[in-house]
Design a protein around this ligand. Structure first.
Ligand SMILES: NC(=O)c1ccc[n+]([C@@H]2O[C@H](COP(=O)([O-])OP(=O)(O)OC[C@H]3O[C@@H](n4cnc5c(N)ncnc54)[C@H](O)[C@@H]3O)[C@@H](O)[C@H]2O)c1
Length: 254
């Protein structure tokens, strides 16, 4: 797939799935700005990516705060021009460490922070990016849900499951609203992908997941990135919108 002339903004691109997506777009010819709230991580990723790709920029921002998203969006357009592709990847799953956290042990601030990052951040960036996409009568938005937003997972917690389910509702509503403007909106529901987020769950939790997965392994960031690029393509996925596509090794079949 060819992404020459495409301007992509990826949130949470400093490591893991987001970094895999940034790489995928760069290898396919796009200009990319990636956002991360970990400035050191972002700068280091930018330095490494720049060794092979000129058109990549890091912008530090916290997707959980609208003012921070607004500043990052403005900086991104100043750096690469009008954004036609938004990938809402940033997400957090705090404290679970491979075990569920009971609702009575969940503190209010942690609940709010997960809602801010995993859900509100997607709304903020969509709100910022859609006006230019409408003017161009073209756009692609891909957001990261999870199999935990579609099915009960005992190693999950209420904040994570609720926000990942909400991403699906947000995706469908946006797809309906924005379809007439040539803007396709889809979500990805990864199963367990081999990243730092999953490493904290521990070997036993990951082995249990693998045992329940027909393909009998964790997924790779490259496999999620391939799907993301497909959903962001102009022609190949031109008639695909409002969908939630699993990349989960068959863990969930619906
Ligand atoms: N890894 C998995 O198995 C898996 C499964 C299902 C869904 N997901 C989802 O995929 C996405 C990426 O997951 P990952 O495994 O790569 O996670 P990760 O923790 O390895 O990487 C997430 C990145 O997002 C950044 N980030 C976190 N909060 C941010 C904020 N407020 N503002 C800006 N950047 C922020 C982090 O600094 C980090 O670089 C998340 O939305 C996650 O919920 C992951």
């Amino acid at each position: 797939m060819n992404f020459n002339e495409r301007n992509v903004l990826v949130t949470g691109g400093g490591r893991g799935i987001g970094l895999g997506i940034v790489r995928g777009f760069l290898e396919s010819g796009a200009s990319v700005v990636f956002v991360d709230y970990d400035e050191q991580l972002g700068r280091e990723a930018e330095r490494r990516l720049r060794q092979e790709h000129a058109r990549v920029h890091f912008v530090a921002a916290d997707v959980g705060r609208f003012d921070s998203c607004q500043a990052a969006y403005e900086r991104a357009t100043a750096l690469i021009g009008s954004i036609d592709t938004l990938v809402n990847n940033a997400g957090i799953s705090p404290k679970t460490n491979g075990r569920g956290v009971s609702v009575d042990d969940m503190d209010i601030d942690e609940w709010r922070r997960v809602v801010d990052v995993n859900l509100n951040g997607i709304f903020y960036f969509a709100k910022l990016a859609v006006p230019a996409m409408k003017r161009q009568r073209f756009g692609r938005i891909v957001s990261m849900s999870s199999v935990a937003g579609k099915a009960y997972l005992d190693v999950c917690a209420v904040h994570y499951a609720a926000t990942k389910a909400a991403v699906i509702g947000l995706t469908r509503q946006l797809a309906g609203e924005l379809g007439p403007f040539g803007i396709n909106v889809n979500a990805i529901a990864p199963g367990r992908i081999d990243t730092e987020m999953v490493a904290v769950a521990g070997a036993a939790t990951n082995a249990a997941y693998v045992a329940q997965t027909p393909l009998q392994r964790l997924g790779t960031t490259r496999e999620v990135a391939s799907l993301c690029l497909y959903l962001a393509s102009k022609e190949e996925a031109g008639f695909v919108t409002g969908q939630v596509v699993d990349v989960a090794g068959g863990w969930l079949m619906t």
